[in-house]
Structure formats: structure tokens, C-alpha cells
Design a protein around this ligand. Structure first.
Ligand SMILES: [Zn+2]
Length: 404
């Protein structure tokens, strides 16, 4: 499809979607121009990248440090050792005043390639990327629609719904990514039910307010028309037909993220996708087994996603996996509650990265890439830019792959 066809198709789809989705929308918004969003013009023919946030904080000890005791045997023994790739065992989150080892922060360091001070007192727990995300760099250069630049999010991390674009005025919303999550599905469903006339009178008013609250949760997007995608509405429509409306039939927790990812690969054909796994973090409230079992569930998810790409002609020899934790966890045995990550302990800063894919994109090596100096979590952004061939001018300029 050339650019003109694409724009015409997008405009037609948008118009068709608008009549269904926006019929009820409040009239107080000023009319917005219906111009298609500007985006990159180059056709993208490089590899797909699947970025796995090995989420909720994991330590090296239970993942990559000991081959016989790893809780992620697929990633360690198969993805790295057998299918080829590079393991960087010595990646760190910099120890610096204000650089926090936690989930939101780590995710943003990965997405932007930059350590920033994110202060949740000022923003009420919601962080906005201060530098462009890899998705923005990617879509500013290439003609890739937002439905193929995806973030797969967990159910109960509403604050992570807002990493889709940065404050940077040169980049920002025009080059955003798109979130798939159960929260987005619930929002879609409520909008659809209101539009279908399911509610009347007082209940209708209530439901409209509820929808407004859910959609305005992303306070940076005041006009849904700017971010609504007919492809995503169609995705949720099929999801609804398969799983129904309750939200209880579909898999939960990190298994849900895996299922969403498999659906996304099949239905939306993403070029760049980030999966924000999170369940190892339940160890904050529970026994150690919560943590190790969650690591194994993510590992199983990555295995399923890898298998799906191998069974798919367009992805098979054309997909690179990048795996990196958001943060580590404490190892201090004196802690009354072990496995935290907020106390600036050494192992909370100690993570790793794995880059695995076909040899023409990633050099293969069976031994970990030994380095005298640790590498930084912020190098992941440049690494992805190098693999997908886009510049990341605001990010840490070193790729993990340099000299690998
Ligand atoms: Zn946590």
C-alpha cells in the first residue's frame, strides 16, 4: 500500500468508526480538523521487535545467574543458548540521586533511553515520558500506523496506560503507540453499550460520566478523536465475541498479557511491541513462591509468543526479541519483608538484557557478553533503534550491541 492509499483508507475507516463511536460525544469540544496525522514516510521493511519487560522486578539470581536453578528455562536455555542471541549479564540501573529502581521508572528508562527523575508527588503517581519514546522515534521515521506500535499492559496498572507518547514537542502524540489492556477493553465496551442505547435516563447519565472519567484518565488526550483507531475497536469487537463481556473468562494476570500479545500478532501485525509483564511484583504482599512462579509464567508466555512467531511466515525469520527487567529486587536477608526494591540496595540495580533473533540482525554467542564495565538499562533504546534503523537522539548513545 502506498502512502496515498493508506491515507485514503485511514480517512474512510475513521469516518466509518466515527458514526458508531462518537455519536453521543458531548458537543462542548471545539471542532477538530480531520486531517490525517503526519507520520514517517518511509516504508518499513526491517525486523519486527518484541520488547519484553521482564516485569515487576526480577533479580539475576532467579533468572540468568545459575543455569541449573533458573526459573525461566525457555529464555535461558532455548531463546539464548539454542536459538541464538546475546546475553548481557551485567546491565545496571545507574546508582544516582533521584534514579529510582521501580516499575514505572524502569519502564520509562527503557522506553526513552534516558534516566530521569520522576517525582510521583507532583504528578499523583502518573508519569509522562520526558524524552521521546522508541515508538515515537520509530513512527516519526517510518510509515507505520499506531495500531502496529503496541504496548501490552496489565490490568491493574492504570498508571502505565500513559507511556504512549512523551512531552517532547517535536515528537509526542502524533507518533504515539497504542495500548492494549483490559482497561482499554472495558472502556471500549462501555462506549459501545452507551452508543447502542442500552441505558436511559439517570443510568445513562451515570454511565456517560463513568465513561468520561475512564477516557479522561489520560488527561493529555482531551479529544478521543485524535487517538481513536478503528482497527483497535475492531480488535476489541472480536475479543468480545470470543471472551464475552465479563472479563472473567479470559486469562488473568500475566497470562492475559500473553494472550493479548498472541491476538495482537495475529490481528494487528505489530512491527514494534512492548509487553509489560508485572506479576513477580506480587511478592510485595506474599510468599517467595509468588515471585518464582510469576517468573516461570512469564517464561512460558515468552515461549508461546516465540512459537507463534515461528509459525507465522511474516515473523519467522524476521523478529528480534529484547528482554529486560524494569528493575531488580533486594537481596538483603535482614529485611523484615524480603524481595522489595525501593531501598536502593545493590541487587535492585542489577539486571540483565537478552537480545535474540536471526543472525542477520543479532550476532550469536553462547557465552554471556563479558564486560569490564557494566552496561546501562538506558542502552536498550539505542539497541532497538540500531536493530530497526532509526535514530534515538535523546537516548543513551551506546547500543548494547556495540562491539558485541
Ligand atoms: Zn514493586
Amino acid at each position: 500500500m502506498n502512502r496515498r492509499d493508506f491515507l485514503q483508507k485511514t480517512a474512510a475507516l475513521t469516518a466509518a468508526g466515527a458514526s458508531l463511536s462518537f455519536a453521543y460525544q458531548q458537543p462542548q469540544l471545539p471542532p477538530q480538523p480531520d486531517e490525517p496525522e503526519p507520520q514517517g514516510r518511509m516504508a518499513y521493511d526491517g525486523p519486527n521487535v518484541i520488547l519484553v519487560r521482564y516485569g515487576g522486578g526480577v533479580r539475576r539470581r532467579e533468572t540468568i545467574e545459575d543455569a541449573s536453578r533458573t526459573y525461566c528455562p525457555f529464555i535461558y536455555h532455548e531463546l539464548w543458548k539454542r536459538h541464538g542471541g546475546l546475553l548481557f549479564p551485567n546491565v545496571e540501573i545507574e546508582s544516582q540521586e533521584g534514579i529510582v529502581t521501580s516499575h514505572a521508572q524502569g519502564t520509562l528508562y527503557v522506553l526513552t533511553g534516558k534516566y530521569d527523575r520522576y517525582n510521583d508527588i507532583e504528578t499523583g503517581g502518573r508519569f509522562v515520558p520526558q524524552a521521546p519514546t522508541i515508538f515515537e522515534y520509530f513512527r516519526r521515521k517510518y510509515d507505520v500506523p499506531p495500531s502496529q506500535a503496541l504496548i501490552i499492559n496489565g490490568e491493574d496498572r492504570i498508571d502505565e496506560e500513559f507511556y504512549t507518547f512523551s512531552n517532547d514537542h517535536v515528537f509526542g502524540i502524533r507518533y504515539r503507540s497504542t495500548v492494549l489492556s483490559l482497561y482499554r477493553f472495558k472502556t471500549y465496551l462501555l462506549r459501545k453499550r452507551i452508543a447502542a442505547g442500552e441505558f436511559v435516563g439517570h443510568e445513562l447519565e451515570q454511565k456517560r460520566r463513568e465513561l468520561e472519567r475512564m477516557e479522561n484518565h489520560d488527561y493529555r488526550v482531551e479529544n478521543r478523536r485524535l487517538v481513536a483507531l478503528p482497527e483497535i475497536d475492531a480488535f476489541w469487537d472480536r475479543w468480545e465475541h470470543y471472551y464475552g463481556r465479563s472479563g472473567f473468562v479470559n486469562p488473568r494476570g500475566d497470562r492475559l498479557l500473553t494472550t493479548l500479545t498472541l491476538w495482537a500478532i495475529r490481528e494487528l501485525r505489530p512491527k514494534l511491541m512492548m509487553i509489560n509483564y508485572q506479576d513477580p511484583d506480587y511478592v510485595h504482599w506474599g510468599p517467595r513462591q509468588f515471585y518464582t512462579r510469576a517468573i516461570a509464567i512469564i517464561d512460558e508466555g515468552v515461549r508461546e509468543i516465540y512459537s507463534a512467531t515461528q509459525a507465522d511466515e511474516a515473523y519467522r525469520a524476521n523478529t528480534v526479541f529484547v528482554i529486560v527487567p524494569d528493575c531488580g529486587r533486594d537481596s538483603n536477608r535482614a529485611m523484615p519483608v524480603p524481595y522489595q526494591h525501593h531501598f536502593n540496595s545493590r541487587s535492585a540495580h542489577e539486571i540483565f538484557a537478552l537480545v535474540a533473533g536471526p543472525r542477520r540482525f543479532v550476532p550469536h554467542q553462547r557465552e554471556p557478553v563479558a564486560r569490564a564495565r557494566p552496561q546501562q538499562q538506558t542502552q536498550v533504546a539505542r539497541t532497538i533503534g540500531q536493530i530497526m534503523n532509526f535514530e534515538t537522539p535523546h537516548a543513551n548513545a551506546q547500543s548494547l550491541l556495540a562491539e558485541a
